[in-house]
Design a protein around this ligand. Structure first.
Ligand SMILES: O=C[C@H](O)[C@H](O)[C@H](O)COP(=O)(O)O
Length: 230
């Protein structure tokens, strides 16, 4: 997706922000445009406070001069704006392509509204083309992997799990965990899969966001398309 389209979706979302809002600041290349747009408005006098969903977003928000808080100080947020790796017509998402889905999900769940900003190509009929990120604690990795594979097989899904790597080493999340990417192809029953994965010891969080997004702004070559409540 071109950066221009990402920026257009982010700027539309930034226009939803008003004085006094408590914001969840998403992670990724699309959310970075939102953080930049909010930074610009803050420098112009907008009064908001933000909770970043990753260390990368924290650093960007600090550079932008956006006042930050934590969920401990501000456990309820008005609006979270974040990207997604896939979304379907029911605003169900796959997130975590950048490994930030644990904090992103906690922040989204603490928000009254969550608006997804993404390019139109991420809008799919059925989730699962994008590998589902599953964050696991390092302890017992192999056993957890086997347990997840069993769950996937039992759900009639492909048990193809790959430990995410970066620069030849296992990718480590902001919370010190590892990620197994599940190459599933199609997820026909996201609710059942989410519940089954949540029940596996060692699984910290998976990238299925169900019932969290309240709206989406999709950037297409023909302009912006809105889904749900924006
Ligand atoms: O872990 C990363 C996040 O879930 C991102 O929001 C997601 O991967 C989308 O990122 P991007 O906007 O860079 O495609």
């Amino acid at each position: 997706m071109s950066d221009t389209l990402k920026r257009a979706a982010a700027e539309r979302a930034a226009a939803l922000v008003s004085d006094g809002m408590r914001l969840g600041l998403g992670t990724g290349s699309t959310a970075a445009h939102f953080v930049a747009a909010i930074g610009e408005r803050v420098r112009g006098g907008l009064k908001v406070i933000g909770v970043p969903t990753s260390e990368a977003t924290r650093q960007q928000a600090e550079r932008e001069g956006i006042p930050l808080t934590t969920l401990d100080e501000t456990p309820e947020l008005d609006l979270t704006v974040d990207g997604a790796d896939e979304l379907d017509g029911q605003l169900r998402l796959i997130k975590g392509g950048g490994g930030a889905h644990l904090r992103e999900k906690i922040v989204a769940a603490a928000s009254h509204r969550m608006i997804v900003i993404a390019d139109g190509s991420k809008h799919v009929e059925t989730l699962g083309r994008f590998p589902l990120p599953i964050e696991v604690v390092p302890f017992g990795l192999k056993a957890t992997e086997i347990a997840i594979a069993k769950v996937l097989k039992g759900s009639g899904l492909n048990p193809d799990l790959r430990l995410r790597a970066k620069d030849g080493n296992p990718f480590v999340t902001d919370s010190g965990n590892l990620i197994l990417d599940a190459h599933l192809g199609r997820i026909e029953k996201p609710d059942a899969l989410a519940a089954a994965l949540n029940a596996v010891p060692g699984v910290v969080e998976h990238g299925l966001f169900l019932g969290l997004a309240t709206g989406a702004i999709l950037a297409t070559g023909e302009g912006l398309v809105e889904l749900g409540q924006v």
